[in-house]
Design a binder for this molecule. Structure first.
Ligand code: TYD
Length: 202
C-alpha cells in the first residue's frame, strides 16, 4: 500500500479539530494504519518549539524559522517513516499554515518561505489538504470561551481575515490538492462533504 498524506487547515475556530479523530477512524475502519499528528509539534522537539512559538512574542522571521525547524523534525521522524511504511498520515496543519499565517497574516514575503519549503520538504507535499473555511465572525464566536487563547488566536479579526484570504488564494492556486470544506453547516453536513472528498481520493 502506498502512503497517504492528508493535512487539515483553516483559520482558528473553523472547526478542523472536530474532525480529526473521526477522520482517523474512517481510515482505520478501512484497514489502514493511521498516524494522527499536528503542527507545530508532533515530536518532542517540535512540541517544545510549539510552546515557545505559541506563547512568546518574537519577530515574524523567527516565528517562521521555528515553524520550519519543528517541521524538519516532524518530516524526518514522523511523517516520512509513516508514509514509507504505507500508512496514512493526518496532520493538523502543515506548510500551508505558514504561508497563510506568517505571509498572509503577518506580511512575510512568500519567497522567504519558498526557500524553507524546498529545504525542509522539497519532494514531499500532502496528497490532500482539507481547508475548513468559515467567516471570521463565526470562527471568533466558536472560539469564545473555549480555552485560553494563544498568540495567534489573540490577533484581531482583520488578522484572521488576512489568513483566511491567503488560504483561499492557495486553494485557488492548487485546486487539485487543496479542497475547500464549508465549515459553516452542522457537524454532520460538514462530515458528509469530507466523505465525498475522501471517496474521490481512495
Ligand atoms: P492550532 O492548530 O489552532 O491548534 P489548537 O487547535 O490547539 O489551537 O494552533 C496552532 C497555531 O499555530 C494556529 O493559530 C496557527 C499557527 N501556525 C502558524 O502560524 N504557522 C504554522 O506554520 C503553523 C503550523 C501553525
Amino acid at each position: 500500500m502506498t502512503g497517504l498524506f492528508i493535512t487539515l487547515e483553516g483559520i482558528d475556530g473553523a472547526g478542523k479539530s472536530s474532525h480529526l479523530d473521526w477522520l482517523a477512524q474512517w481510515f482505520r475502519a478501512r484497514g489502514r494504519a493511521v498516524t494522527l499528528t499536528r503542527e507545530p509539534g508532533g515530536t518532542p522537539v517540535g512540541e517544545r518549539l510549539r510552546e515557545l512559538v505559541l506563547h512568546e512574542a518574537m519577530h515574524v522571521e523567527t516565528e517562521a524559522l521555528i515553524m520550519f525547524a519543528a517541521r524538519r523534525e516532524h518530516v524526518e521522524r514522523v511523517i516520512r517513516p509513516a508514509l514509507d511504511a504505507g500508512g496514512v498520515v493526518i496532520s493538523d496543519r502543515f506548510t500551508d499554515a505558514s504561508f497563510a499565517y506568517q505571509c498572509g497574516g503577518r506580511g512575510l514575503a512568500e519567497e522567504r518561505l519558498e526557500v524553507l519549503e524546498r529545504w525542509v520538504h522539497g519532494d514531499l507535499q500532502p496528497d490532500l489538504t482539507l481547508l475548513f473555511d468559515l467567516s471570521t465572525q463565526a470562527a471568533t464566536a466558536r472560539r469564545a470561551g473555549v480555552r485560553v487563547a494563544d498568540r495567534f488566536e489573540q490577533e484581531p479579526d482583520d488578522f484572521q481575515a488576512r489568513v483566511r484570504a491567503a488560504y483561499l488564494r492557495r486553494a485557488a492556486r492548487y485546486p487539485q490538492r487543496i479542497r475547500v470544506v464549508d465549515g459553516a453547516p452542522a457537524l454532520r453536513e460538514v462530515r458528509a462533504q469530507i466523505e465525498r472528498l475522501l471517496a474521490e481520493l481512495v
